[in-house]
Design a protein around this ligand. Sequence first.
Ligand SMILES: Nc1ncnc2c1ncn2[C@@H]1O[C@H](COP(=O)(O)OP(=O)(O)OP(=O)(O)O)[C@@H](O)[C@H]1O
Ligand SMILES: [Mg+2]
Length: 848
Amino acid sequence: MNSAATPGIDAGRRRRQLPAELSAFVGRTDELAALAGLLRRGRHVTVTGPGGVGKTRLALRAGADAANRYADGARLVELSGLADAALLPVAVAQSLGLRGRDPRPARAAVLDHLRGQRLLLIFDTCEHLTAAVARFAAQLLRETDGITILATSRQPLHVAGEQVLRLGPLPVPEAGRDPAPGGAVELFATRAAAAAGGFTVSDAELPDVIRICRRLGGLPLGVELAAVRVRALPLSELADRLDAGFSVLAAARRGAVPRQQTLRAAIDWSYGLCSEAERAVWARLSVFAGPFDLAAARDVAACPLVPAGQVGDVLADLVDKSVVLRGDGLGDDLADGPGASYRLTGPVRDYGAEQLAAAGQEADARQRHARRYRRMARSFLRHLLADDQAARLGELGAEHADLSAALEHGFAADQAGRRRDAARLATALLPYWLMTGRLREGIRWQDAVLASAGALTDESSTGSSAGPSTGWSAGSSAAVSDADSALAAGALASRAVLGAMLGRPEAVTDARAAIAVAARSGDDRAGGLGYLALQLALGLGLGPGPGPGGCQESAAAAAQARPLLAGAGSDAARRWLDIQLGLASALGGSCTAAVAAGRRALAGLGPGERWLHGYARITAALALYRQPGRRPDCAAAAGEALSAMQDLGDPVGQAYALEVLGWLAADDGRLERSAWLLGAAQARWELAGGRLGGNPVMEGHRARSAAAAARVLGAGRCAELHARGAGPPIEQIVELAVAADDALPSVPAPRTAWDDLAGTAAGRGGAAGQQDAEELTSREREIAALVAGGLSNRDIADRLFVSRRTVDAHLNHIYAKLRISSRVQLTIWERDVRPGAPPDKLSPVKRA
Ligand SMILES: Nc1ncnc2c1ncn2[C@@H]1O[C@H](COP(=O)(O)OP(=O)(O)OP(=O)(O)O)[C@@H](O)[C@H]1O
Ligand SMILES: [Mg+2]
């Protein structure tokens, strides 16, 4: 076959026939191995993928690696500048050095020349000439037996015997994760270092680099264009500007082929090769913020030019052209169809959005998109307490980016109807915000509902009973409809529930306003929700203060809520009310009442319902804590709660369960265990943005446990254990949290290639040791406190009149001394375990 390397030309020359690489090559180990395998198995491979993804780089690298297997080496035929397909044989003849040497027509000369050769022929950039290249390739393979073809094209050539390697973008880590070697972050760091001599990405800057790479979807061309901007812009500003659009990368880079001088040019090239129908569907698909499936594409992309029944075919064509990516884009072979998932990279999406706006189709596509997500939310609510609750929550969670996009565009719309729809979605999603721990985000959307409702927000802040004016239809002074008032009441009540979970005292005011507005509009559901929120806020002690007054009002609110919710058919809310009553009883020391309320909440529910089950176990655990002789029952309840909340992925529920286990461990003198459990809980509270509903009783338990551990173990060891609890995934936490022995979670932040690359503290400090952390200098203590106060490195630099790099350096020293690796861990250290932390520091939730 083609692999026998006969003497032909010498090895060095075989490699030199291909252009030299002018910049460092990054990653692609698996893809190179796959490509080598395909070249060994057959005589024609096409590398496909979006513009700028790295097809040419990969093909040239693979060609150089394989050149020695072909006696006559490897040759490149670059086709991007060839507009006329009829001149293809001439271009090949030229690349082979035959022009001027052979007087025959080019096709015959090329075929004759290649007949006796063993050669790898690389056809680079074929998508605009697919038919011509396909024909020529077929003829070459038929009439020679030593020629192997490696093509690069945004679209396969669709010729018999063609093996296709789909090339996806470079991997980008999730925010907060260490980058794997060979990914987009490494390419960025390499190119930025080349552009701005000595540039390195510090630990503190890593999140911005990840943000930049994510925004660019890991596309190497985009990453390179962004990396050279570090000469002119700080990373954080570059990331912000990219979030706003790609114009920051508009400056053409010199020396590149025109198609790759800007990101836009790369996409223009693909757009130019699409049919009208493909362009229309591309534009409409741009409204998806995240991955979508075929059904979603049909819902949104159907239009007069492309009826719903044809969207699937056009979508398949767009995948073929590498405009739309299928699956994770990394060579997955799932055929198009109902199970497949699709996505657009950021630049391709933005380009489509521009076309959509220019065609005047944006409102229609967005409306269809919003309708789809409202339907999903409604279906989730209908089956909220079903046995497949966790799976349904997972499905909705997978659409998070699109839920947010539907809300964002809905609230920004000109039409009152679209804003109303967004408001309905924002309030309907209350259980979703709660179950996923997205409490602050949920509040933000209720703020948007109330801002849309104009003067209703004033009412919410004053709690006055003045009639609301309308904010729904711009410029209209018509009286607000009952439906709009009900929406505002629902938003106030939702904000109150979410705020109460975060321990915000304003929750009480919001709940009262919700009740007042709902009463006027006669909306029982919103009214019931308002009373429910009031009970929760007062039950957590957020009202005028603990004592009989608060308790009575809380009980009265529950009594008001129950019939209203029953009348509105809100079974889930009615059961949640029982959970709240159980919580209030537990905090008030009434164990029997707490357990009974939990049972009521669960009556008739299947075991697959995890949320109420989890919270019922949490209230039981809180009630049993401090009951003489009931510690094993308390631990068992907390363990069951943790497992339910693991199934669901609810970080707030997980945090409550971990807290109780942490307090129990401290009481038993198992202080190391207590410290890591509280660290695990704290990491989850950080996600939610509040802690323990701001309740003083629970905060007291936590403060006592944290102080005991700090006293005996010392600050350094405590910080280390907190970090150990904060790092690992929930599976590991649950396994150890319910185990009888005192095994510790594995060391966080294992040494990675990123540590080598960036020289971060985690990499330098290595695994957490057993000895105490070093003392911080006064400047370092000052910076640690500012970090814990939520200031960015830039803010700290401004505040202390030093450069940002100085702050970065201090932070790296702090991390190394405390043997931690993140701001979250530093915040925990500062709040809970810093030597001499004042008692009020142990309870960071500020009370009004
Ligand atoms: N693995 C890699 N390592 C380093 N740089 C890379 C890598 N992959 C791509 N690049 C860089 O990204 C840019 C785009 O890559 P390339 O030209 O190979 O993309 P392409 O997929 O062939 O694009 P087009 O469809 O426009 O031909 C180039 O500047 C290239 O050097
Ligand atoms: Mg190319």
